[in-house]
Design a protein around this ligand. Structure first.
Ligand SMILES: NC(=O)c1ccc[n+]([C@@H]2O[C@H](COP(=O)([O-])OP(=O)(O)OC[C@H]3O[C@@H](n4cnc5c(N)ncnc54)[C@H](OP(=O)(O)O)[C@@H]3O)[C@@H](O)[C@H]2O)c1
Length: 285
């Protein structure tokens, strides 16, 4: 197997599948990618908001497909992606924006909150990636963008359940970057701060005062701004997709040697892959 080098990711004419595409960041991303010429398919749990999202896209001149699916259900996610691929072609871009939040002090949260957020935020991200990754790797193209959070970069007071699920997403995507990048698939991770969406509105009355104080004075970003950063991150094939400076600084402060460590890891992996190829025992994808 020879190492594949990818050509620059093209959004135009690609098929973008967006989980959580009925609302907030997912819907704004669907609009942004659609305006840049992608065919878009939205996946989310409830049909009503999905129908309204498809109408909003149509008013913007974008014809979108959609499918109601609970992203925690592996088999249903596979069926949904098969269905939208049947209508619009194989998935070229996957953005996993479906998610839930539940702020609260660790001692006040229920066990079920931890289970629910890992189910939706982690497994609900993992399953769509599992469905599309092998085909993208086989074709040596495409892009997979996960949506984590500032709370997936540093532990923030009040986000033990949410933050842990978003750290898990980040952990998964760091490995995907290392493994799928050499196969020609761009992997990116968007880590937004507060964004003005229905999720944030729902969170506000559950945040402990300490969490409110930490976020006070930081104006939430618009979902459109985050969506633009996702589109640019895809075009420029960035791993870290930061919509604004503060999150980028937070990321740097949280891991000063992140880039250097990964350069060493990538070099060792490339050398090992070349040696395995020479020995004739490389896995084929
Ligand atoms: N807003 C913020 O401040 C912020 C900050 C950092 C990161 N994020 C992350 O950004 C992502 C999008 O959040 P948002 O603010 O745009 O929230 P949002 O407006 O509430 O949208 C969430 C989307 O996820 C879908 N969803 C939730 N659970 C689902 C499930 N089990 N199966 C299928 N779809 C499901 C929702 O559809 P249904 O309503 O039909 O379930 C909706 O389309 C999330 O991963 C969130 O953690 C948000």
């Amino acid at each position: 197997m020879s190492t594949r080098y990818r050509s620059a990711m093209r959004i135009a004419d690609s098929h973008a599948v967006i989980t959580g595409g009925s609302s907030g960041i997912g819907l704004a991303t669907a609009l942004e990618l659609g305006r840049r010429g992608a065919r878009v398919s939205l996946l989310a749990r409830r049909s009503g908001p999905l129908d309204r999202a498809v109408d909003a896209l149509r008013r913007a001149g974008i014809e979108a497909g959609h499918r109601a699916v609970d992203v925690t259900d592996r088999a249903a996610v596979a069926d949904a992606i098969d269905a939208v691929a049947g209508a619009r072609g194989p998935c070229d871009l996957l953005v996993t924006s479906a998610g839930r939040s539940r702020p609260g002090r660790f001692l006040a949260l229920a066990d079920a909150d931890f289970e629910h957020l890992v189910a939706v935020n982690y497994f609900g991200t993992l399953w769509p990636v599992r469905v599309v990754a092998a085909d993208l790797a086989r074709r040596g193209t495409g892009s997979i963008v996960g949506v984590s959070s500032d709370a997936g970069i540093v532990g923030i007071y009040g986000y033990s359940a949410y933050g842990a699920s978003k750290f898990a997403v980040r952990g998964l995507f760091e490995v995907l970057r290392a493994e799928l990048g050499p196969l020609g698939v761009h992997v990116g991770l968007c880590c937004p701060p507060d964004v003005d969406t229905p999720m944030l509105a729902e969170e506000e009355h559950l945040k402990p005062p300490e969490t409110q104080a930490i976020g006070a004075g930081i104006a939430p970003l618009s979902p459109e701004r985050v969506a633009r950063s996702i589109a640019e991150g895809i075009e420029r094939e960035r791993f870290w997709i930061m919509a604004e400076r503060q999150s980028a600084l937070l990321r740097v402060a949280a891991g000063p040697a992140w880039g250097a460590l990964n350069r060493v890891q990538d070099r060792i992996a490339r050398r090992a892959a070349a040696m395995a190829r020479e020995a004739g025992n490389a896995d084929s994808v």
